[in-house]
Ligand binder design. Structure first.
Ligand code: PMP
Length: 442
């Protein structure tokens, strides 16, 4: 069978991101949405150019407003460990919708969902569901402050814990990229209660806790994902646990990203370090808005209605969200994809490193579980300072090369790439080919 030139051209994948409808949509969006987007990193300020407007996603693939396709390594910033539109999750959400969208009253599924979470993360003896990761971290800190009668919290520079006032101090991610580590609009009276020390620096934490007796909690991303991926140094999490316990300070693991991603039991399962409070989000909603926090029954009893610490939410435990999340967690429990995902990610990271070497680029690829970041620096990248040594202009060029070749990486150096179970060997081979060309042409 002969294929005509016209047919062959039709078969050739069209390039993602060549203006067209996305550009027109962005112009329209800017008239009614601030910066044309509903979350700052989506506006591409860190890489230049204009954002791609997405029409749909399936598996590892996204289609833009012009019908062009790209391999997606953003995965909606973490929730999509099963890729876009997994059948079990869509089916569960549709089934839930038949009964209505929200009741503002308890449902049986919330119990089963919390039981499943507790089974995976036993330190979450009692759980409260909320509607975003920000709500989870913000509420966990309120609870910690009430339980300890202390005001101060310790966070690590480069870690992001959502956009609540207390956290927007050297906050990584969008805040890093925009060069606005502390946002205006936050009274000094609030931010002075947040003490910031470098990630992976145990000595600084120890001396800080020696010096002060007013620290309610230490909050940490057990694997940092918001200055790019930065794994904890050997012994770092253990040292945090030991020091906080010794000083009567609570340890909060913000597992909004790592929960159900690093392992079925999250980072605490993978590293065998148990925090006092855990925050979840992203994956547990199956792609719908959600957050959760929890800890021992003794600690959680401070929360209303059992105790005086107020926290509430109109859509908390939303039946469609919980159904979708429950379906996603069940797939993860049954399929246990974690070892496979980590292996695929390690292999991809190794290939990217070797391509970078071949074309003489100073590149460090950090990987943890199914997350990785390609930093344009000789590295090593172990904290915010070393992450910030990256050549962000070079990353921006790399990003655009990949996008033009149909591979969608995060539009910022300081974000994680997320692998999903839908990233097959074939998909990854295509992605590597694009990385190869990008390094060659940079
Ligand atoms: N904690 C971490 C570690 C996060 O990465 C994020 C979001 N990227 C949040 C909290 C906040 O979650 P949300 O955007 O759902 O409010």
């Amino acid at each position: 069978m002969t294929i005509t030139v016209a047919e062959r051209q039709k078969k050739r994948p069209k390039k993602f991101h060549r203006r067209g409808n996305s550009a027109a949509l962005f112009e329209r969006a800017k008239k009614v949405l601030v910066g044309g987007v509903n979350s700052p990193v989506r506006a591409y300020q860190a890489v230049g150019g204009e954002p791609v407007f997405v029409q749909r996603g399936k598996g590892a693939i996204l289609w833009d407003a012009d019908g062009r396709r790209a391999i997606d390594f953003v995965g909606s910033w973490g929730p999509l460990i099963l890729g876009h539109g997994p059948t079990a999750v869509l089916r569960a959400a549709r089934r839930a919708l038949r009964n209505g969208t929200t009741f503002g009253a308890p449902t049986e599924l919330e119990i089963r969902f919390a039981e499943l979470i507790r089974q995976a993360v036993p330190s979450m003896e009692k759980v409260r569901l909320v509607s975003s990761g920000t709500e989870a971290t913000m509420s966990a800190v309120r609870l910690a402050r009430a339980a300890t009668s202390c005001a101060k919290i310790v966070k690590f520079s480069g870690c992001y814990h959502g956009h609540a006032d207390a956290f927007l101090v050297q906050a990584g991610s969008g805040a890093l990229t925009l060069g606005a580590p502390t946002s205006p609009g936050i009274p000094e009276e609030i931010s002075r209660h947040t003490l910031v020390i470098p990630y992976n620096n145990t000595d600084r934490l120890r001396s800080l806790l020696e010096e002060r007796s007013d620290v309610a909690a230490v909050i940490v991303e057990p694997v940092a994902a918001n200055m790019g991926v930065v794994p904890p140094a050997e012994g770092f999490l253990e040292a945090l646990r030991e020091a906080t316990r010794r000083h009567g300070t609570l340890l909060i693991f913000d597992e909004v990203v790592t929960g159900f991603r690093l392992s079925w039991g999250g980072a605490q399962g993978a590293f065998g370090v148990t925090p006092d409070l855990t925050c979840l989000g992203k994956i547990i909603g199956g792609g719908f808005p959600i957050g959760a926090f929890g800890g021992s029954a003794g600690l959680m009893k401070h929360l209303s209605p059992e105790g005086p610490v107020y926290q509430a939410g109109t859509l908390s435990g939303n039946p469609v969200t919980v159904s979708a999340g429950f379906a996603a967690l069940k797939v993860l429990r049954e399929n246990d994809p974690y070892a496979g995902l980590a292996q695929k990610t390690r292999d991809l990271a190794a290939e990217i490193r070797s391509l970078a070497r071949r074309f003489r680029h100073d590149v460090t690829v950090n990987a943890a579980g199914s997350m990785f970041t390609v930093f344009f620096t000789a590295g090593p990248v172990t904290d915010e300072d070393s992450a910030k040594r990256s050549d962000t202009a070079q990353y921006a060029r790399f990003f655009h090369h990949l996008l033009d070749a149909g591979v969608y990486f995060p539009p910022s150096q300081f974000e994680a790439c997320f692998m999903s179970t839908a990233h097959t060997d074939g998909v990854l081979k295509k992605a590597l080919k694009a990385v190869h060309t990008a390094f060659k042409e940079l």
